[in-house]
Design a binder for this molecule. Structure first.
Ligand SMILES: Cc1ncc(COP(=O)(O)O)c(C=O)c1O
Length: 281
């Protein structure tokens, strides 16, 4: 049975042995990467922004023509995973809906908890070196072609992972994608935020995932007296900014310390943004 450092639960709260297979070989999640997921962070037993993640899961499912159980139906599985967890103080919790067997009708849904990687914890403070890579479409093309699924959180993350491998093979840790016109999009698993004085700026939610962490950061920053805005950004804006960060639900917020091999500073703002986001050690 589970040793508590990886936990798997079905939506009704049944715990499964993580060493045992769950998906069938003909599941379309396996065969074609069809399905949707969410990732959030559990800190000291509390899942951050769970309601927002449950809602976004439904939105991604609608974009992919998949019917997933309603948000509340996931809660017993989440509770079971939280209670079974005996690992460290920070757990990455994934909610997964795979499309299911080729000729079946029901998605296979489960909850998976695992330790937050040490590298993610480290990068919150040490930062990430990024490469700027072209994503291969324009914002306009992606928004008029819903089949590209830009902005849906689907199980097809092969391109995003390939970009990260390319970055690592070239002396970087992460990637900021640009569209074919040079507009800043997002990172493979994060949103992009920059500071201009006391204004935080992020690109519009077009052809990118609507980041839950950046929204939370903006709410907290506004309450603390910052201005916040969304506007189209280019690489020049990244260089002209006082600081650039990647935000995401598990790593939360990491400063960008180099772009294409050239160092860039964080304006000594990372600590303040960490406090706004309640980033743990
Ligand atoms: C492609 C992509 N963009 C942005 C994000 C950041 O979103 P969030 O802050 O909701 O985790 C993620 C991570 O989930 C992602 O995979």
């Amino acid at each position: 049975m589970a040793d508590g450092s990886v936990v798997v639960a079905l939506l009704d709260g049944t715990l499964l042995d993580p060493a045992q297979p769950l998906l069938r070989p003909d599941d379309l999640g396996v065969l074609r990467g069809e399905g949707v997921f969410e990732t959030t962070l559990v800190v000291d037993g509390i899942a951050r922004d769970l309601d927002e993640h449950l809602i976004r899961l439904t939105v991604s499912a609608e974009q992919t023509g998949l019917t997933v159980p309603a948000p509340d139906q996931w809660r017993p599985g989440v509770q079971a995973a939280l209670q079974a967890w005996t690992g460290g103080s920070q757990m990455v919790l994934r909610l997964i809906a795979s499309r299911g067997p080729e000729h079946g009708s029901e998605p296979v849904c489960y909850v998976l908890g695992a330790e937050l990687p040490m590298a993610s914890r480290r990068q919150r403070r040490s930062g990430v070196r990024v490469l700027l890579l072209e994503r291969g479409f324009t914002v306009a093309a992606a928004t008029s072609a819903p089949w590209l699924l830009a902005g849906a959180k689907t199980l097809s993350y092969g391109v995003n992972m390939a970009a990260l491998r390319h970055a690592r093979a070239n002396g970087a840790d992460d990637v900021i994608f640009l569209d074919a016109d040079g507009r800043v999009l997002e990172a493979p698993t994060s949103s992009v935020v920059l500071a201009r004085g006391r204004t935080l700026v992020t690109p519009p939610e077009e052809a990118i995932l609507a980041g839950i962490t950046v929204r939370r950061l903006f709410r907290a920053a506004e309450s603390a007296g910052w201005d916040v805005q969304t506007e189209p950004l280019t690489a020049a804006d990244l260089w002209a900014a006082d600081g650039v960060w990647l935000t995401s639900s598990a790593r939360l917020l990491a400063p960008v310390v180099a772009i294409d091999g050239r160092p860039r500073a964080d304006g000594a703002l990372t600590g303040e943004l960490h406090r706004l986001l309640d980033v743990p050690d």
